[in-house]
Every structure is written in C-alpha cells, then in structure tokens.
Design a protein around this ligand. Structure first.
Ligand SMILES: [Fe+2]
Length: 256
C-alpha cells in the first residue's frame, strides 16, 4: 500500500484516538500538532524541490523517505500528555517516542526515517546515533540531507505560525524583563538556546529567533528573510521588556 497514505492515516488516527474525552487545552494542543504535521510535510518537499542539486541527487524512493519523515516527525507529540496534563519536553522526548512507535512498523522502520525523526528535536544532530553510524556512506549522505531538511521544515512551519498566528508557546509564563545575561552570551557566541536555561519571556522569544543559526538550506533562509522573522520577533520581545541594547544585540548577531 502507498506509504504516504499510510503515514498520513497514522497521524490522523493518532489524533482521533487521543482527542476523545480530553480537556480544552489538550484538544487545542492536538489540533495544533495535527496542523503542524501536515504543514511540515508540505514545507519539507517545498525545500527539497527548491534545492535543485540536492533534489536531483536523490532517487524517487529516497524522496519518499524525506516526505515520510516530514509527515511522521511529530507522531510522539500526540502522546505527550497524561491525566489531562501536557507533559514538558524534559519529561517526554517526543522524537524518541515516535521512534519507539515506528521502529517495529515494517512500513516505516527505515533507519534514515528513524534517524531524522530522533534528531529533529535535539539541539544539534547527533552523528553518533546508531541509526546513522550503521548506514553505508551513500545512505549517510541521504540521512544527513533528510535530517537537515526536516529540521529546516519544522522551523519554517513554526516560524510561519509565529508570523501569521502568534506563537502558542508565548501564551504561558509571561514576564516583563530584559534578556538574561546567559542568553545574551548565547546570542553573541552563536549558541543554540536550550529551554532549560530560559529565564523569562524575552529569553523564550530569543530562543525561538535563535533557530536561524540552525537553518541549513538557502530555500529556507530566503523564506525566513521574506517573512521578516527577526524584526517581527524583536518587536514581540520589546513588548515583553527587551531593552534597546537587547534589540541592537539581536539585530547584530541573529542574521539569516
Ligand atoms: Fe517535533
């Protein structure tokens, strides 16, 4: 059977099963993730077809692996709740959980898909991942492309949501303070900002903006530039207490 259909069905079925008898917050979360999953599956192919050289280097079957990784990447998100409570990312690794669900499924137990999904929510791709290290040299190249495309598509889809709808993550833990010293240091030194070190809302916004350090393909960069993501994020940060000095720092170091 067509694997794209089966993957799409798997996401639809996970949503339908989990949404039953849930509270409003969990329903909103599941609906957001359903929309995000399909958004990423479109973005990943848009980016792939925008990168002619990369696209031409992949076979039809390899392109299918890219698309399947996009559709299935957030399968774990549909299970990130317990007893009506949303579990935090430190309590529940949704990339890991998706791999747990997919690794025994004969349609999707391909190490390239499993590697890309397991690494999509890590601060950086871990090339010591056994799904990667055991691949042939050719498949390593395909896995690297797939993982990078997935990370780009995931960020681009979230960036579009931020631009068009406001970011759902900004709806909790609201504070009005300048950027913390630790996050400032990350910005200057080009580090990814982990959720664990975020102290206030401005830090959280800067964390989202810092994604631009981890965009791999020119097609994605062009879209992010055209959306004026950095300027929109800075304006958002100002409303939560970012100082003129914070903004200057962000404009100088966060470039795409
Ligand atoms: Fe994810």
């Amino acid at each position: 059977m067509n694997k794209i259909y089966l993957a799409t069905k798997m996401i639809g079925d996970a949503y339908s099963a989990q949404v039953v008898n849930q509270n409003e917050d969990i329903i909103a979360w599941l609906a957001h993730k359903l929309k995000h999953s399909f958004g990423v599956s479109l973005e990943i192919m848009n980016i792939l077809y925008g990168e002619k050289e990369i696209c031409d280097s992949l076979t039809k079957d390899e392109k299918e692996l890219v698309e399947l990784s996009g559709i299935l990447h957030d399968l774990g998100r549909f299970y990130q709740h317990k007893d009506g409570r949303h579990l935090s990312n430190s309590e529940f690794d949704h990339g890991e959980y998706a791999v747990k669900l997919l690794k025994d499924n004969p349609n999707f137990n391909n190490p390239i898909i499993l590697f890309a999904i397991q690494e999509h929510n890590q601060i950086a791709i871990r090339y010591d991942n056994p799904y990667y290290t055991e691949l042939s040299d050719h498949d390593k190249k395909v896995a690297d492309i797939t993982a990078k495309l997935l990370r780009d598509a995931d960020k681009l889809e979230n960036i579009k949501q931020f631009i068009y709808e406001g970011h759902p993550k900004l709806t909790y833990e609201i504070t009005h303070e300048p950027m913390s010293e630790y996050v400032k240091n990350c910005v200057i030194n080009n580090f990814q900002i982990s959720n664990k070190i975020i102290k206030n809302t401005v830090d959280r916004i800067v964390g989202l903006l810092s994604w631009v350090h981890d965009i791999n393909y020119e097609t994605t960069k062009t879209q992010v530039r055209n959306l004026h993501y950095i300027e929109a994020g800075i304006n958002e940060a100002i409303t939560y207490g970012a100082t003129a000095e914070d903004c200057e720092l962000l404009r100088k170091y966060l470039k795409v």
